[in-house]
Design a protein. Structure first.
Length: 257
């Protein structure tokens, strides 16, 4: 029987993380690199992608930074072209880029609804579609999406209708893609975080909400980005060889209420 630790190894694998310049995506990039993969970092903010790419290089693997708007098909095609030009293949793709816009449903601007859907749902689908075009001829691949517990609960005290609906739809998209693509050897799964301490929480408006949210969690705190590293390596590696279309909830127990 193969040693279990070896099954988690990503030595020689080629990975891509979208929205890799910050927060959870940056932690994923570090995790995949620490497990041995070369990691392409794509982000709408090229400076932050380049910074994380340097950090990944310092971990002893190869990296490339790519500027992309994951809601735009031409950008997505370019992103995949850069990966294939550099590495000839793509073993692991983490579709992590996502945004949230808060607002009450009764006067939520349709432009904001579209912006959220265009990235979180449509954009992440387009990324997966382009990734599959590389992975189908390879006959293998791992595609991982970052969803959110907002897919199954209603955020309070702030309302996030478009975000919640985009993440709920993304979760069912994961199940559909998983069934359709497993015959090609492509594993599609998701990670669903609860609220996490990220640089985005540093704004005054968000800082005020943190103590309210902390009380809502059975664990009485939010997550740290490091706490998502194990899950992404598990889903990217051979250790998860029987996991198909699963949404891995990591939320300090929130959705158990
Ligand atoms: P973050 O804002 O720290 O990082 C998101 C990254 O995506 C940024 O670097 C940003 O520049 C990039 N980005 C934004 N729009 C983009 C676009 N159109 N194309 C490409 N890149 C783009 O956020 P995060 O908290 O690390 O979020 C990462 C994922 O985790 C998102 O999908 C988010 O919905 C999900 N999530 C976050 C939390 C949380 O509490 N932070 C909880 C649940 C789910």
């Amino acid at each position: 029987m193969a040693n279990i630790i070896n099954k988690f190894s990503l030595n020689g694998k080629k990975a891509l993380v979208t929205g890799g310049g910050s927060g959870i995506g940056r932690a994923y990039a570090h995790a995949l690199a620490e497990a041995g993969a070369d990691v392409a970092i794509s982000d709408i903010n090229l400076d932050s992608a380049e910074k994380v790419s340097e950090e990944v290089n310092d971990l002893g693997v190869k990296s490339v930074a790519i500027k992309v708007d994951c809601s735009k098909i031409d950008d997505i095609k370019n992103m995949i072209d850069v990966v294939v030009k550099n590495w000839k293949r793509l073993d692991v793709a983490v579709n992590n880029a996502g945004i949230s816009i808060w607002g009450d449903a009764h006067d939520f601007a349709i432009e904001d609804w579209d912006r959220v859907m265009d990235l979180n749902l449509r954009g992440n689908f387009l990324c997966a579609q382009q990734e599959a075009k590389i992975m189908i001829p390879q006959k293998h691949g791992k595609i991982i999406f970052t969803t959110s517990i907002s897919a199954v609960m209603v955020n309070i005290p702030q309302f996030q209708i478009s975000y919640s609906v985009s993440k709920a739809a993304e979760e069912h998209m994961i199940r559909c893609l998983a069934v359709e693509w497993i015959p090609f050897g492509i594993y599609v799964n998701g990670i669903s975080p609860g609220a996490v301490y990220t640089p985005a929480l540093e704004t005054k408006e968000l800082k005020e909400k943190v103590p309210i949210w902390e009380k809502l969690y059975p664990i009485k705190r939010l997550g740290e980005v490091e706490e998502f590293k194990g899950a992404v390596v598990y889903l990217a590696s051979d250790a998860s060889s029987f996991m198909v279309g699963h949404i891995m909830v990591i939320d300090g127990g929130y959705v158990l209420y």
